[in-house]
Design a protein around this ligand. Structure first.
Ligand SMILES: [Zn+2]
Length: 415
């Protein structure tokens, strides 16, 4: 049957063996959607702000306020509408639109409505993720500090580089970058994006990793060809595992060798409003998410104000903004929120440009010092500009070349 055939072919193509061999579970689309929604369901007692509204805004106008720090962050930055929980569920449904690997159960779920002609390729894609989970770093990053968020997205892109390119070329072993490049650019259309344009934010979460990941994969394949090596799924996989991208900047700009920087900033709880908020979340936006923020606030970067139109999927920051590192903090007192974004740029010109973009956003207080810009984004309360400037002077940053190095740096600093 198709599963046994796809399993054997993936071992051949990658030169790696499953341990253990995954089993197959077949589900209908309805069963799969119900499963994914149960993973992403908001907490039952989730009406933390006491206004009775919570996430039950089914009217489609997107006005329900999120209650989780990531939801507040993305809504505050203008990246996603308030229906974030639902949007993320939708993204997950579409990400695994034909197959999915459960790494605890070692099960590959296959969704029965995949077109018959594509079934082996779809199974192959899911099985490549199974192998990546078993034998490589991709998809197994555990992090509860938020510091590795951008690295995780970079890893997802690298994983999709192997999975989607193998899928596009299935069942061939050779990945010819010249043949695949137009296929990659057609990917949004092939995946049905124009038909579901009404959900651009949900699509963004999913297809960024496909499109940007495949572009990274093509760059790696061209480098292999230039070095006189074979451009196969096995050599691409080996390249990605040996030198995975450690920031979404390295996904967008494979040609840039500069290391991302881990940014360390002070806790501002004491200087926000009356000092009753506490720091509840840290994260790293990275170039990918920062690009959406820039498009949300910079009219010149986003004609028409649409931050995630299909042609923008996979896009990074404009060339005059060279990201170096960032840190986001969310503060909360059970009712009010404050979001602070600390950024470090590769050069002062980028920092000045970013400062100018933020200057156009009414709700943001930005302060720059050299290559660093701190932005207080509300949505409810802010520290004063003086407090931001004083805190900016004590920010530090450390470059890292691998996830292991990042984890060590963070552990050393935060002991
Ligand atoms: Zn995938």
């Amino acid at each position: 049957m198709a599963f046994a055939r796809a399993l054997a072919r993936v071992e051949e193509l990658t030169g790696r063996a499953f341990d253990p061999r995954p089993t197959l579970v077949v589900r209908t689309r309805e069963e799969w959607v119900a499963q994914v929604r149960s993973w992403h369901a908001p907490p039952v007692d989730g009406d933390e702000d006491g206004d009775g509204s919570d996430e039950d805004d089914e009217s489609g106008d997107g006005e329900a306020a999120p209650s989780d720090p990531y939801g507040v962050l993305f809504v505050t930055l203008g990246i996603v509408p308030a229906r974030d929980a639902e949007q993320r569920s939708m993204a997950a449904v579409m990400e695994h639109n034909q197959g999915y690997y459960d790494r605890d159960a070692h099960e590959v779920t296959f969704i029965t409505d995949a077109p018959r002609a594509r079934r082996d390729a779809a199974l192959g894609h899911a099985l490549i993720h199974a192998l990546q989970t078993q034998t490589a770093p991709f998809y197994v990053v555990e992090d509860d500090t938020g510091r590795a968020d951008d690295v995780r997205w970079a890893y997802v892109a690298a994983a999709e580089a192997e999975g989607v390119l193998a899928d596009l070329a299935w069942p061939a072993a050779t990945l010819d970058p010249a043949t695949l490049a137009p296929e990659v650019e057609r990917l949004p259309v092939r995946l049905g994006l124009p038909a579901i344009e009404a959900e651009p934010y949900a699509l963004r979460w999913t297809y960024w990793s496909y499109v940007a990941g495949c572009r990274l994969g093509l760059a790696r394949l061209r480098a292999l060809a230039d070095a006189g090596e074979a451009t196969t799924i096995a050599t691409l996989g080996a390249s990605l595992r040996k030198r995975p991208p450690v920031s979404t900047e390295q996904v967008h700009h494979p040609e840039r060798g500069d290391a991302p920087r881990a940014v360390f900033a002070p806790d501002l709880a004491a200087v926000i409003d009356d000092g009753t908020l506490t720091l509840v979340m840290r994260s790293v936006l990275g170039e990918w998410t920062l690009a959406d923020w820039v498009r949300a606030v910079d009219a010149t970067a986003a004609p028409g104000g649409e931050p995630a139109a299909p042609e923008r999927l996979g896009g990074g920051l404009p060339d005059d903004l060279r990201w170096g590192g960032d840190l986001v903090q969310a503060y909360h007192d059970g009712e009010r929120w404050a979001v602070i974004v600390w950024t470090e740029w590769d050069d002062e010109a980028s920092a000045r440009r970013f400062e100018a973009i933020l200057g156009g956003a009414d709700a943001v207080r930005g302060v720059r010092s050299g290559r660093r810009v701190v932005a207080s984004c509300g949505p409810d309360v802010h520290p004063s500009r003086e407090a931001l400037a004083a805190a900016l002077a004590s920010v530090e940053s450390v470059p890292f070349a691998s996830l292991t190095e990042l984890e060590r740096i963070v552990a050393d600093r935060e002991d």
